[in-house]
Design a protein around this ligand. Structure first.
Ligand SMILES: NC(=O)c1ccc[n+]([C@@H]2O[C@H](COP(=O)([O-])OP(=O)(O)OC[C@H]3O[C@@H](n4cnc5c(N)ncnc54)[C@H](OP(=O)(O)O)[C@@H]3O)[C@@H](O)[C@H]2O)c1
Length: 214
């Protein structure tokens, strides 16, 4: 599969290498596709890895991954052109965070709306699935934790798109828990804040969530 990733940060590069290691062809899109950071990523990720503009990555994508800072996400989508995502699965990893000096990150929206829903509105022709947003980038691919595999919660409006994400998660070592339509992102995005808060309080950043049930 051709995977087009919008975002050259820690998430885009970690997932990009993960997809390439699984045998997918990967393009990371960035405003600076020739940066040193991305040259190093290409070197590490191997022959299936390439870089381009946001538009190149969206065009390349059979499956797209959105991994941009929230404040730049609408712009990245605009630069890529929403038409290029039509009919495609878009895995939304973003968290709608606002950062204020000296304060922990907070959500820019919530309760009655979410980043996932906003992304779906920006990309009305795409099948947006929220996934990977509840854990740090270092654990996104093959999380190796003593308590066994953690769970990834996902949500989105299209059943086929969610089945594709479930398959990807399985290959990356994650059981997936489907919590329904994209409005479930109202619940998943605060989980990022919980993840960060626990990390800040304990000074450990190697944790993830698991749902236990009978
Ligand atoms: N870091 C984590 O462990 C983690 C975990 C879960 C979820 N998330 C979420 O995943 C997303 C990516 O996180 P990250 O830490 O990998 O990277 P990040 O630093 O939050 O974002 C980097 C990306 O955002 C793009 N960007 C920044 N300003 C922009 C603008 N004005 N217009 C267009 N694009 C812009 C950058 O583009 P250029 O390449 O052109 O510079 C870059 O590709 C965020 O929404 C974050 O909240 C992060």
């Amino acid at each position: 599969m051709h995977i087009g990733i919008l975002g050259s940060g820690d998430v885009g590069r970690a997932l990009g290498k993960g997809f390439a290691d699984e045998g997918h062809e990967v393009m990371i899109g960035s405003r600076s596709p020739d940066s040193e950071k991305l040259a190093a990523w290409k070197e590490a990720a191997g022959k299936r890895a390439r870089t381009g503009t946001f538009a190149d990555a969206a065009e390349f994508a059979g499956i797209a991954v959105l991994a941009t800072v929230w404040s730049g996400t609408e712009n990245a989508i605009r630069l890529a052109d929403p038409k290029r995502f039509e009919g495609k699965l878009v895995i939304d990893v973003t968290n709608p965070l606002v950062f204020e000096e000296g304060k922990p990150p907070a959500l820019a929206l919530g309760h009655t709306d979410s980043g996932g829903e906003q992304v779906q509105r920006w990309l009305p022709g795409a099948h947006v699935v929220k996934a990977f947003n509840i854990v740090g980038h270092a654990l996104m691919v093959h999380p190796d934790l003593p308590g066994g595999p953690p769970d990834m919660f996902i949500c989105g409006d299209d059943a086929h798109a969610k089945s594709q994400v479930r398959e990807i998660l399985g290959a990356f070592g994650w059981p997936a828990i489907d919590i329904g339509g994209i409005e479930g992102a109202r619940l998943l995005e605060p989980m990022c804040i919980l993840w960060v808060r626990y990390g800040a309080l304990t000074g450990t950043w190697q944790h993830a969530f698991k749902l236990l049930h009978k």
